[in-house]
Each structure stands twice: as structure tokens, then as C-alpha cells.
Design a protein around this ligand. Structure first.
Ligand code: AMP
Length: 395
């Protein structure tokens, strides 16, 4: 796979798949520009190398042309973040896009309209991909968030650039971060999996058992493991259909010399809400009518030791219902331990949905080594799948 520094970009038109799928408020103003900021290094590098940029992205899930989801709404934010003028094409592969791409000069930036205004995008249509490709000389994929989709702009388009395609800087960083955890990480390697359900993380657990030395299982997932081993979990979230399976996983972990760490105590309550009665209970003895919503103090003490000894850390999923302030302590403390371990030299990657939300909300984003920008793409990478968007750059 080529990096963009390995391509001749001087005087070239470079079409870049970015992930500008940003949240907008009711007035169509961008409320979180993280993804635009994340694409800046690639865009700057292309312009500095003497090229011009044709940026393409999807926004939301429109069915056909949907004015509220036009990418024109984000043009001022993109221009401000890049510190340059950004031209806008009112269509994707139509006359306006073609004319504006044809007259684009070195150093200029053109943003195309929302790719998903065309059903051909998600269908991975070859003709649509070829029409996008015809706008440019070089293709760069920098959209990790959609790299697990075989869409026209993320994967199929690459066929039109047998030699002139490369991975963007953000996508490259994401690939390196995952490799650091799953392939080249310094031992001991620790994965922390939390969140609500075992069933949604099975493929990840199966895949990482071959790569890690320690696995912390927290959050709602833990209760299925505890009940399977004979514990009483009261009304805690538990997947009875997976009891046998979790026992198998524990056996597999043993055979592979992976140490599993489960919570030993929990902060429990009688009702799934923030302001009810709370008490710390041994995780094996949760009475009926009570449910565990956060890790307890002894569990956190145990987890702290493991996190501080780890040299490579992957964190996916909260340790409790962090959306309720009274049950956020476990997740916040875990963030603090990872922060401390990172400051001591460990590499830490946070990825996938709610743990990313948690590190942002509690201010840990700058204290871990890397926060992934892709939810589904990150989870599929952890499952050991080759993402089509990345494979297409290798072909
Ligand atoms: P996931 O999407 O599977 O990563 O799960 C994230 C969700 O798990 C968050 O919304 C948490 O509130 C929830 N969660 C974490 N711990 C628990 C628990 N002990 N009981 C119920 N839900 C939990």
C-alpha cells in the first residue's frame, strides 16, 4: 500500500475520500468538527506537494437528494479549519462537478455534494465510481469511518487507479494504531472490553484471545460470565443464551495463557436510573431486585494494577452505565489508570462507539495515545477482518 508521500502529486488533481459525516444542528451548523480537523493533514500534504484536492464524503443517510444533508452547509467550517477557500460543486458527478474539477488549479480545494444523494454510492456501482474517478488523476482514501464499506467512493473507485492511489495520513494512523495493538504491541498487551452485551463482542473476543496477555471484561458483559460460573447476578443485564459460550471462552483463554479479569464487586441499585438507592455488593451475590450498574472499588483496584503493568492497551466499551453520573466512576477511574499508564510509556488505543464518547466527555482524549475515528470500522478491524477500503488500496 502506497502512502501519499510516495506519489507524484505536483500539478495533479487528487480526489480524496474523507469522512465529513459530521453532526449538524437544526440550523445546519456543524456541532463537532473532529472529523474535519482529522482530515486536514492529508489535505495540507497534497496542497504542499503542488496538487489540488477534490474532496468527497457522505453526510447522514439521505434517500435521494435531501437539502438538509447538503454538504454545502459545512463549507464555511471546512474553509475555516483548512484556512483556505473551499469551492463547492452542487452535484457529485454532474456538470457542475465536472466543470469545477476541470478548472481546478494547483493549491485549490473543491468539495463535491453528498455522495449518498446517489443510491449508486452505497451500491458500489462501477459506472458511478468510474465517473468520480474521471474527475481526478490520483485517488486517496482517508476515511477510516467508512473503510469497512465496499461503497463506490471507498472501495470500487480504486480499480480506476491501478498505480495512482494511496492511503491518507489519518487512515494510515488508524491502521498503525490497530497494528500496534494486534500485531506489534509491546507485552504485556491488555484489552479492556466493556459495554452492554457479550453477544455483540464475540468475534472480537475470539480474535483478540490470540493477541493479548490480559483481558479485562467489564460493564454489562461481565454478568453473563459471572452467572455462567455459578454467581448470582440478581437483575443485572445477562444473556442466558450465552452462558455455555462464556464458559468455552474462559477455557479457550486458559489454553492460550490469557489472564481474564472480571469485576469482583459492583455498585448496584434497585432501578435502572441515576437517583435510586445504591450499594456496593460482591458480584457473585447480587440479590434479586438489585442490578449492577458500575464496577465496585475492589474491582477498580484490581484493574488498576493490570492497567499500570500493561505496555499496550486497547479499550473498547465502558465499565458501567456512564451516562448516569452516579454510575460513571468506574469508567472515569479506568480512564485515569490508562492515562497514568500512557504517561509511563504504554501505548493506548481507545476505539469503538461508547468508549470514544466517554473519553471525550471525561476529558481523556488527549491523554491516551490514540482515539479512533471509526466505530464500525474499528470493531471490524478488531474482529480481524480485512476492511474492503484498505484492501482496495493494496490491489
Ligand atoms: P456497547 O454499545 O455494547 O459498547 O455498550 C455500551 C453501553 O453499555 C452503554 O450505553 C452503557 O450504559 C452500557 N452498560 C455498561 N455497563 C452496563 C451495566 N452494568 N448494565 C447495563 N448497561 C451497561
Amino acid at each position: 500500500m502506497k502512502t501519499l508521500d510516495q506519489l507524484e502529486l505536483n500539478g495533479k488533481k487528487v480526489i480524496i475520500r474523507v469522512d465529513f459525516n459530521v453532526p449538524l444542528n437544526e440550523d445546519q451548523h456543524v456541532t463537532d468538527s473532529t472529523r474535519i480537523i482529522a482530515a486536514k493533514p492529508t489535505i495540507d500534504a497534497v496542497l504542499e506537494a503542488g496538487g489540488s484536492c477534490i474532496l468527497m464524503s457522505h453526510l447522514g443517510r439521505p434517500k435521494g437528494i435531501t437539502p438538509e444533508l447538503s454538504l454545502k452547509h459545512i463549507v464555511p467550517t471546512v474553509a475555516e479549519i483548512l484556512g483556505r477557500e473551499v469551492k463547492f460543486a452542487a452535484d457529485v458527478i454532474g456538470e457542475d462537478a465536472q466543470a469545477k474539477a476541470a478548472s481546478l488549479q494547483a493549491g485549490e480545494i473543491l468539495l463535491l455534494e453528498n455522495l449518498r444523494f446517489h443510491a449508486e454510492e452505497t451500491a458500489g456501482d462501477t459506472d458511478f465510481a468510474a465517473a468520480l474517478a474521471a474527475l481526478a488523476d490520483v485517488y486517496i482514501n482517508d476515511a477510516f469511518g467508512t473503510a469497512h464499506r465496499a461503497h463506490a467512493s471507498t472501495t470500487i473507485i480504486a480499480q480506476n487507479f491501478p498505480a495512482n492511489k494511496a492511503v491518507g495520513k489519518l487512515l494510515q494512523q488508524e491502521i498503525e494504531a490497530i497494528d500496534k495493538v494486534l500485531k506489534t504491541g509491546e507485552k504485556p498487551v491488555l484489552a479492556i472490553l466493556g459495554g452492554s452485551k457479550v453477544s455483540s463482542k464475540i468475534t472480537i473476543i475470539e480474535n483478540i484471545l490470540d493477541k493479548v496477555d490480559h483481558l479485562i471484561i467489564g460493564g454489562g458483559m461481565a454478568y453473563t460470565f459471572v452467572k455462567a460460573q455459578g454467581g448470582q447476578v440478581g437483575n443485572s443485564i445477562c444473556e442466558d443464551d450465552y452462558l455455555d459460550y462464556t464458559l468455552e471462552l474462559l477455557e479457550k483463554a486458559k489454553a492460550k495463557n490469557v489472564q481474564i479479569h472480571l469485576p469482583v464487586d459492583v455498585l448496584a441499585t434497585t432501578d435502572f436510573s441515576n437517583d435510586t438507592e445504591r450499594k456496593v455488593i460482591n458480584i457473585n451475590e447480587i440479590p434479586s431486585g438489585w442490578e449492577g450498574l458500575d464496577a465496585g472499588p475492589k474491582s477498580l483496584e484490581n484493574f488498576k494494577k493490570v492497567v499500570l503493568e500493561a505496555k499496550t492497551i486497547l479499550w473498547n466499551g465502558p465499565l458501567g452505565v456512564f451516562e448516569f453520573s452516579n454510575f460513571a466512576k468506574g469508567t472515569i477511574d479506568l480512564g485515569t489508570f490508562i492515562d497514568e499508564s500512557t504517561a509511563n510509556g504504554a501505548f493506548s488505543l481507545v476505539g469503538g462507539g461508547d468508549s470514544v464518547a466517554a473519553v471525550k466527555q471525561f476529558g481523556f482524549a488527549d491523554k491516551v495515545s490514540y482515539v479512533s475515528t471509526g466505530g464500525g470500522a474499528m470493531l471490524e478491524s478488531l474482529e480481524g477482518k480485512t476492511l474492503p477500503g484498505i484492501a482496495a488500496l493494496n490491489e
